[in-house]
Design a protein around this ligand. Sequence first.
Ligand code: SF4
Length: 385
Amino acid sequence: MTPRRKTHQVNVGGVLIGGDAPVSIQSMTSTYTYEIDKTVAQIRTMAEAGCDLVRVAVPQKRDTDALRSIIDQSPVPIIADVHYHFERALESLDAGVHKIRLNPGNIKDRKQVDRVIAACRDRGVPIRVGVNEGSVVERTDKDRRAAQQSAIRENPHDRLVQLMVDTLEDYLRIFEENDFRDVVLSLKSIDATIVIDAYRAASRRFDLPLHLGLTHAGPPETGTIRSIASLGALLADGVGDTIRISYAADPIYEVEHARELLCSLRLRDRVEPELIACPTCGRIEIDLIKLVADVRQKLVGIKTPVKVAIMGCVVNGPGEAEGADVAIFAGKGRGIIYVQGEQTRTVMEADMLDALYDECLKFAARVERGEATLTGRSVHIVPPD
Ligand code: SF4
């Protein structure tokens, strides 16, 4: 892991982005913002799952009218997502929003952008300035558009990355001329390789905090891989200050996957159990996949980061259990449970779920009472060749 690149720090309603602040998780509601109760309910669910910041769309006046009530009830800072209508940004600021997401490219009147920047400065509210792969090609100037498209056809990847970073630089000039520094940057694409290279280039060129995201990833079933591949590569490089995974699904998946990504890269401490399981093979003699699914569900209630390992046999040796706080090694119709490397009991297959859960509960309680400490070590489960 490369150490985090230090960026200018901004404060979003008490959540710091950039500098030495931990990488924060953000997501976006899928409700109509003017439906206050539904929006607040979704924000609360996202916050409980570990979301630090929530963005809401404000396409209409009735959305910004709802913002004050939403902000009052929200457990986390709220970001207003503004496109085309600068008035929505001003109304959101009046409602007390903590950050504005703005694309100066779709607010054509420079004076309107200046007004939003001035209002943000007055209130100490940062702005995210984003470019998306789909919106960087010139739309109005036909000659310029043709030249850009021709360049992209020649070398699609490099030209697109360059165009995204150059467009962002053009936008940033507006903020520099307004002497406004509290800016977070994003450069999104549906292509993981463009995301990686665009953010790497931006990281070299700007010292502002970066909001990482791969846009329009699709459903979690397919979007997870490209999202984690790109965001994981950047975070491992020390690039990125806040992340948003975006799926065509309930935003709770975005938050859960973002949290798992940060925990896996040790950029965030776990607060819940970590479950490790073998992939199964021809040696398996129990229904391990069902056991893993059942244990995963049961562990949800435990709020201690106990490391739990479920292994289909003892091929890799009980020594593997030393890295887990609680582990089970299954055999023919039965399993041996270990707690921090000590064998505690042998149970029949029908009792594995309850027994393993019981050991997890007891161990978590001992940790809470200060009678035991978590191993804090990785468990290496090596399947046979
Ligand atoms: S050999 Fe490995 S993968 Fe196969 S059942 Fe045993 S622990 Fe699981």
